[in-house]
Design a protein around this ligand. Structure first.
Ligand code: NAP
Length: 157
Protein backbone atom coordinates (compact mmCIF):
# COMPACT_ATOMS: atom_id res chain seq x y z
CA UNK A 1 0.00 0.00 0.00
CA UNK A 2 1.50 3.29 -1.14
CA UNK A 3 0.48 6.31 0.97
CA UNK A 4 1.34 9.98 0.53
CA UNK A 5 1.36 12.40 3.45
CA UNK A 6 1.57 16.17 3.11
CA UNK A 7 0.55 19.40 4.81
CA UNK A 8 -0.79 22.02 2.39
CA UNK A 9 -1.44 25.69 3.10
CA UNK A 10 -3.67 28.09 1.16
CA UNK A 11 -2.69 28.35 -2.51
CA UNK A 12 -1.13 24.85 -2.32
CA UNK A 13 2.05 26.11 -0.60
CA UNK A 14 4.16 23.32 0.96
CA UNK A 15 7.62 24.77 1.57
CA UNK A 16 9.99 27.73 1.63
CA UNK A 17 13.80 27.78 1.64
CA UNK A 18 13.86 23.95 1.91
CA UNK A 19 11.87 24.18 5.14
CA UNK A 20 8.24 24.00 6.14
CA UNK A 21 6.57 27.44 6.12
CA UNK A 22 4.90 26.76 9.49
CA UNK A 23 5.34 25.01 12.81
CA UNK A 24 2.29 23.17 14.14
CA UNK A 25 3.02 20.79 17.01
CA UNK A 26 -0.28 19.02 16.40
CA UNK A 27 0.62 18.32 12.77
CA UNK A 28 4.12 17.13 13.73
CA UNK A 29 2.52 14.68 16.19
CA UNK A 30 0.02 13.52 13.55
CA UNK A 31 2.85 12.95 11.07
CA UNK A 32 4.85 11.04 13.67
CA UNK A 33 1.93 8.87 14.83
CA UNK A 34 0.83 8.10 11.26
CA UNK A 35 4.26 7.11 9.94
CA UNK A 36 5.72 5.44 13.08
CA UNK A 37 7.21 1.98 12.44
CA UNK A 38 6.61 2.36 8.68
CA UNK A 39 8.94 2.97 5.75
CA UNK A 40 9.14 6.60 4.64
CA UNK A 41 10.51 7.62 1.24
CA UNK A 42 11.59 11.19 0.48
CA UNK A 43 13.61 13.30 -1.94
CA UNK A 44 17.19 14.24 -1.21
CA UNK A 45 16.19 17.85 -0.43
CA UNK A 46 13.57 16.79 2.10
CA UNK A 47 15.99 14.31 3.68
CA UNK A 48 18.57 17.10 4.07
CA UNK A 49 15.87 19.39 5.50
CA UNK A 50 15.05 16.75 8.15
CA UNK A 51 18.74 16.34 8.98
CA UNK A 52 18.83 20.14 9.37
CA UNK A 53 16.01 20.00 11.93
CA UNK A 54 16.96 16.81 13.79
CA UNK A 55 20.66 16.19 13.06
CA UNK A 56 19.64 12.61 12.21
CA UNK A 57 17.02 10.71 10.16
CA UNK A 58 13.48 10.30 11.54
CA UNK A 59 13.49 7.93 14.51
CA UNK A 60 11.41 4.74 14.58
CA UNK A 61 10.94 4.67 10.82
CA UNK A 62 12.94 3.19 7.94
CA UNK A 63 14.02 6.08 5.68
CA UNK A 64 14.66 5.73 1.96
CA UNK A 65 16.24 8.63 0.02
CA UNK A 66 15.17 9.23 -3.60
CA UNK A 67 17.86 11.01 -5.58
CA UNK A 68 19.41 11.09 -9.03
CA UNK A 69 22.77 12.17 -7.56
CA UNK A 70 25.44 10.08 -5.80
CA UNK A 71 24.39 11.53 -2.41
CA UNK A 72 24.56 8.98 0.38
CA UNK A 73 23.94 8.98 4.12
CA UNK A 74 25.47 6.26 6.27
CA UNK A 75 22.99 3.48 7.06
CA UNK A 76 20.14 4.90 4.94
CA UNK A 77 18.84 3.14 1.84
CA UNK A 78 18.61 5.13 -1.41
CA UNK A 79 17.01 4.72 -4.81
CA UNK A 80 17.68 6.43 -8.15
CA UNK A 81 14.30 5.30 -9.50
CA UNK A 82 11.44 6.04 -7.11
CA UNK A 83 8.77 4.86 -9.56
CA UNK A 84 10.26 1.35 -9.84
CA UNK A 85 10.90 1.32 -6.10
CA UNK A 86 7.22 2.00 -5.35
CA UNK A 87 5.89 -0.29 -8.08
CA UNK A 88 7.97 -3.15 -6.66
CA UNK A 89 7.12 -2.43 -3.02
CA UNK A 90 5.33 -5.39 -1.32
CA UNK A 91 1.58 -4.74 -1.62
CA UNK A 92 0.87 -5.92 1.95
CA UNK A 93 3.35 -3.47 3.50
CA UNK A 94 2.81 0.25 4.04
CA UNK A 95 5.14 2.91 2.68
CA UNK A 96 4.67 6.67 3.05
CA UNK A 97 5.82 9.22 0.48
CA UNK A 98 6.76 12.24 2.61
CA UNK A 99 7.89 14.81 0.02
CA UNK A 100 9.05 17.15 -1.23
CA UNK A 101 7.61 18.84 -4.29
CA UNK A 102 9.50 16.93 -7.00
CA UNK A 103 8.79 13.61 -5.32
CA UNK A 104 5.10 14.44 -4.76
CA UNK A 105 4.77 15.46 -8.42
CA UNK A 106 6.33 12.17 -9.53
CA UNK A 107 4.27 9.91 -7.27
CA UNK A 108 0.82 11.44 -6.74
CA UNK A 109 -0.67 9.19 -9.42
CA UNK A 110 0.82 6.06 -7.81
CA UNK A 111 -0.41 6.69 -4.25
CA UNK A 112 -3.42 4.67 -3.09
CA UNK A 113 -4.16 6.92 -0.11
CA UNK A 114 -3.52 10.62 0.56
CA UNK A 115 -3.10 11.88 4.13
CA UNK A 116 -3.54 15.63 3.73
CA UNK A 117 -3.40 18.24 6.45
CA UNK A 118 -5.19 21.19 4.89
CA UNK A 119 -4.06 24.39 6.59
CA UNK A 120 -6.58 27.21 6.33
CA UNK A 121 -3.99 29.99 6.38
CA UNK A 122 -1.75 31.85 3.95
CA UNK A 123 2.03 31.51 4.08
CA UNK A 124 4.87 32.68 1.87
CA UNK A 125 6.32 29.79 -0.10
CA UNK A 126 8.55 28.73 -2.98
CA UNK A 127 7.25 25.19 -3.55
CA UNK A 128 3.64 24.21 -4.18
CA UNK A 129 1.64 20.98 -4.40
CA UNK A 130 0.02 20.42 -7.75
CA UNK A 131 -3.76 20.67 -8.10
CA UNK A 132 -5.44 17.46 -6.97
CA UNK A 133 -8.39 16.08 -8.93
CA UNK A 134 -10.52 15.15 -5.92
CA UNK A 135 -13.08 13.40 -8.17
CA UNK A 136 -10.57 10.52 -8.28
CA UNK A 137 -10.74 10.05 -4.49
CA UNK A 138 -13.19 9.26 -1.73
CA UNK A 139 -12.68 11.01 1.61
CA UNK A 140 -12.58 8.28 4.25
CA UNK A 141 -11.81 10.36 7.33
CA UNK A 142 -11.75 13.97 8.46
CA UNK A 143 -10.85 15.71 11.72
CA UNK A 144 -10.89 19.48 12.10
CA UNK A 145 -8.81 21.24 14.74
CA UNK A 146 -8.76 25.03 14.46
CA UNK A 147 -7.12 25.94 11.14
CA UNK A 148 -5.96 22.34 10.58
CA UNK A 149 -8.09 19.80 8.72
CA UNK A 150 -6.71 16.25 8.81
CA UNK A 151 -8.29 14.39 5.89
CA UNK A 152 -7.59 10.97 4.43
CA UNK A 153 -8.53 10.19 0.82
CA UNK A 154 -8.62 6.82 -0.90
CA UNK A 155 -8.25 6.45 -4.64
CA UNK A 156 -11.42 5.26 -6.37
CA UNK A 157 -10.37 2.50 -8.76
N1 NAP B 1 4.41 20.54 3.52
C1 NAP B 1 4.87 19.30 3.57
O1 NAP B 1 4.18 18.38 4.04
C2 NAP B 1 6.25 19.00 3.06
C3 NAP B 1 6.75 17.69 3.14
C4 NAP B 1 8.05 17.44 2.67
C5 NAP B 1 8.79 18.46 2.12
N2 NAP B 1 8.28 19.72 2.05
C6 NAP B 1 9.05 20.81 1.49
O2 NAP B 1 9.40 20.53 0.12
C7 NAP B 1 10.60 21.22 -0.20
C8 NAP B 1 11.59 20.25 -0.84
O3 NAP B 1 11.07 19.78 -2.07
P1 NAP B 1 11.96 19.69 -3.40
O4 NAP B 1 11.04 19.46 -4.55
O5 NAP B 1 12.89 20.85 -3.43
O6 NAP B 1 12.91 18.41 -3.16
P2 NAP B 1 12.59 16.85 -2.90
O7 NAP B 1 11.34 16.45 -3.63
O8 NAP B 1 12.67 16.59 -1.44
O9 NAP B 1 13.88 16.15 -3.53
C9 NAP B 1 14.01 16.07 -4.91
C10 NAP B 1 15.03 14.99 -5.22
O10 NAP B 1 14.42 13.98 -6.02
C11 NAP B 1 15.38 13.55 -6.95
N3 NAP B 1 14.69 12.86 -8.06
C12 NAP B 1 14.15 13.39 -9.18
N4 NAP B 1 13.61 12.42 -9.94
C13 NAP B 1 13.84 11.23 -9.30
C14 NAP B 1 13.54 9.87 -9.58
N5 NAP B 1 12.87 9.52 -10.69
N6 NAP B 1 13.91 8.91 -8.71
C15 NAP B 1 14.56 9.26 -7.58
N7 NAP B 1 14.88 10.53 -7.24
C16 NAP B 1 14.52 11.51 -8.10
C17 NAP B 1 16.09 14.81 -7.35
O11 NAP B 1 17.35 14.52 -7.89
P3 NAP B 1 18.18 15.64 -8.72
O12 NAP B 1 18.42 16.82 -7.79
O13 NAP B 1 19.43 14.95 -9.07
O14 NAP B 1 17.31 16.02 -9.87
C18 NAP B 1 16.21 15.52 -6.02
O15 NAP B 1 17.40 15.13 -5.35
C19 NAP B 1 11.10 21.82 1.12
O16 NAP B 1 10.71 23.18 1.22
C20 NAP B 1 10.39 21.00 2.17
O17 NAP B 1 10.25 21.69 3.42
C21 NAP B 1 7.02 20.00 2.51
Amino acid sequence: MVNLIVAIGKGNVIGIGNKLPWHYKEDMKYFKDTTMNKTVIMGEMTFKSIIGYLNKPLTGRKSVIATLSDYEYKGVEKTNDIISYLNNYPIDEEIFIIGGKIIYDLTLDIADKLYITHIDKEFDGDVFFRDIDYSKYKKISEKISGELNFSIYERVR
